[in-house]
Design a protein around this ligand. Structure first.
Ligand SMILES: [Zn+2]
Length: 188
């Protein structure tokens, strides 16, 4: 994973004019509000930021956040790695009043002096993107999963499912043989 630090601030209006793409990494441990909800502060997030102007000369900030954070599975309460692949679009406004007037489908961001603190914005976006009740994705990882099957059985099940032929029940014949034997035995 690329670890080139991001600049601390970004000037949306300036970036929108130049068309520049700002890329770099943020250390999860430095975002204290985010760390408050994580089970572990380990990790790095790759961030890409750009800005553009729309027909009404409003400035939009576009961002992508990639990486992973550690959450707590709400079923088994064990740490789980959560992949982040979050895209966001923010509409730059100057005042609270303007923010309230922003039409649907736009997330307003109040920006004074054409300066945003990148880490703050990224941290807020990551917090918004996190699931409310994270749970392990597969039953192999989570012992409290509803359909949890002990590891060995899971592997057996997978082996059977991986076979392309319809499932053969190997013991059907054996049973017939055994009962056949029994019949033979009883006849003898
Ligand atoms: Zn779990």
């Amino acid at each position: 994973m690329k670890v080139s630090p991001l600049p601390k601030t970004l000037h949306p209006r300036r970036i929108a004019q130049s068309g520049a793409l700002i890329e770099g990494s943020l250390v999860v441990a430095k975002m204290s509000n985010l760390c408050d909800v994580l089970s572990d502060s380990d990790g790095i997030l790759n961030v890409g930021l750009s800005a553009s102007k729309d027909e009404q000369h409003r400035v939009h900030i576009h961002g992508d956040i990639d990486g992973s954070v550690w959450l707590t599975c709400q079923l088994c309460l064990k740490p789980m790695q959560h992949s982040l692949n979050h895209h966001f679009d923010l509409l730059v406004v100057l005042t609270d009043e303007q923010a309230q007037q922003v039409v649907k489908n736009h997330e307003p961001l109040i920006v004074e002096d054409d300066t945003i603190e990148i880490m703050k914005v990224v941290e807020e976006e990551v917090l918004l993107s996190l699931p409310l009740a994270p749970v392990h994705e597969t039953k192999l990882m989570c012992q409290e999963h509803q359909s949890f099957i002990p590891l060995t059985e899971e592997v057996d099940e997978k082996r059977w499912n991986d076979q392309e032929q319809p499932m053969i029940q190997p013991f059907t014949n054996l049973k017939a043989l055994l009962s056949g034997h029994k019949t033979d035995d009883s006849q003898q």
